[in-house]
Write a protein that binds this ligand. Structure first.
Ligand SMILES: Cc1ncc(COP(=O)(O)O)c(C=O)c1O
Length: 457
């Protein structure tokens, strides 16, 4: 048997309050429990300095009060909390309007746990619609595929695997990280349930080529008669584009766009736990996907993947919408974007970096280290600035641009100019130090994160 390390022995034998392998046997006081939970997380990152995440890390105290008041409510219990349900329905109409949904239709959508759940619901709706059409035409409905770019967030890989949809993925190439119409010829066919394009992609923050994709699909329909819908993954862009670029057509103004998701907990400015799925109209979401239950009292429709959930994020989002309005969101997004541009300029001026996002819509700065620096890399920089508390993502790009590493900074609304210039200084100091002393980080291999590279010095 493997010999126990002193750590294992400590956790097994002495630390009865927090046993490692069995359920805690005894009670402790509330104060002790609170102190233990707090101290166990001391070494974790500070959320406000975690700029690898898109998720909100700031709250107004009034919004926090709203969250606390609804914290002990189960959102799904619409019969008990009909006003919260009414808020959700109103916000669905507001978002349908914000994203330029057509007039004269019944808007439909839902608040979800995040964009991931929203994307799954959109994918299911398109799968259902495709299959129904195939069945009505007497055609095989067993081989659905979904077409998208290699720059999609992992949720779409999950959707395709979990729900048996064949992935048809357009590759990227170094220097080109957007999904365009370039590969659609090889990917789209009569079994394509939808084409997914992103507004504010995870890797570089850029938007995919919506217009070119739609034009290609229009021509394809003329040729083949196959009418293929588009879904826009606006996890980040959904709460930036409407406020900063009102004339830019990324949304339901493109006739092929039948559904859009966004993360309320990213630039919607709600703490973690809220996403949105909005359909062009009610008819896009097949009635077969709707369930009606009566076990919480009263008949209740449910069409989300999760059932019980906390009501706070819904109330919080409502607070933000009425508190900020269009003008408030516009101002916040404007100042956040300006901060991203400042950071981008400072870092480019340092000579250490080349910018990866040619367009700057959402406030993300994605950079790759200038090729002349051979003795350290983006992972080293990420490790080095962590000493100052900042968390920045370093990663290799998806296929076929894996040869490129990225250092990505999500500039969020809580950062002011002072924090931005401090961050820029810290990154440049890290580069100065590394260029003198060398780095030794290698890209962690997926599923093999333990391997450490030989030093490059
Ligand atoms: C483009 C995109 N889609 C989907 C998601 C998943 O969103 P969530 O974390 O809200 O589930 C993300 C998360 O970063 C994203 O960037």
């Amino acid at each position: 048997m493997k010999e126990q390390s002193p750590f294992d022995r400590f956790f097994d034998e002495y630390n009865e309050d927090i046993p490692e392998k069995h359920f805690p046997r005894c009670s402790i006081s509330a104060e002790a429990a609170e102190a233990i939970v707090t101290s166990e997380t001391w070494a974790d990152a500070k959320p406000a300095m975690n700029l690898s995440s898109f998720v909100t890390t700031f709250t107004e105290s009034e919004a926090f009060e709203v969250a606390k008041k609804h914290y002990l409510k189960n959102y799904i219990d619409h019969d008990m909390y009909p006003q919260l349900f009414a808020m959700e329905a109103r916000m669905v109409r507001w978002l349908h309007n914000l994203w330029n949904g057509p007039e004269g239709v019944e808007p439909y959508g839902a608040a979800t746990i995040g964009s991931s759940e929203a994307c799954m619901l959109a994918g299911l709706a398109h799968k259902w619609n495709w299959r129904k059409k195939r069945q009505q035409a007497g055609k095989d409905g067993s081989k659905p595929n979904l077409v998208t770019g290699a720059n999609v967030q992992i949720v779409w890989d999950k959707f395709m695997r979990y729900f048996d949809v064949e992935p048809r993925i357009a590759p990227l190439k170094p220097g080109h990280y957007r999904f365009t119409s370039e590969h659609l010829d090889e990917l789209v066919d009569e079994n394509t349930i939808a084409v997914v394009a992103i507004a504010g992609q995870t890797f570089t923050g850029e938007d995919d080529a919506f217009r070119a994709i739609q034009n290609w699909l229009d021509k394809y329909e003329e040729r083949t008669g196959n009418d293929i819908p588009m879904h826009i993954d606006g996890a980040s862009g959904g709460f930036v584009n409407p406020f900063l670029y009102p004339n830019y057509k990324w949304d339901f103004r493109l006739p092929r766009v039948k559904s859009i998701n966004a993360s309320g907990h990213k630039f919607g400015l709600v703490p973690p736990g809220l996403g949105w799925i909005i359909f062009r109209e009610r008819a896009v979401f097949d009635e077969d996907l709707m369930f009606y239950v009566n076990y919480l009292g009263g008949e209740m429709p449910t069409a989300t993947l999760n059932f019980s959930r906390n009501a706070s994020p819904v109330a919080y989002q409502y607070y933000n919408f009425i508190r900020l309005g269009y003008e408030g969101y516009r101002q916040i997004m404007q100042h956040t974007l300006e901060n991203a541009q400042t950071l981008r300029q400072l870092l480019v001026a340092s000579g250490y970096f080349e910018i990866m996002n040619k367009t700057q819509r959402i406030p993300v700065v994605a950079m790759t280290l200038n090729k002349k620096y051979k003795n350290f890399n983006e992972y080293d920089i990420s490790n080095k600035v962590r000493e100052r508390g900042w968390v920045l993502s370093a990663y290799s790009m998806p296929p076929n641009a894996q040869s490129v590493n990225s250092l990505r900074i999500v500039v969020r609304p809580h950062l002011n100019q002072n924090a931005i210039s401090g961050l820029a200084k810290d990154i440049i100091h890290a580069c100065d130090w590394l260029s003198k002393h060398c780095g030794n980080a290698t890209p962690p291999k997926l599923h093999d994160p333990q391997k450490v590279a030989p030093s490059k010095c």
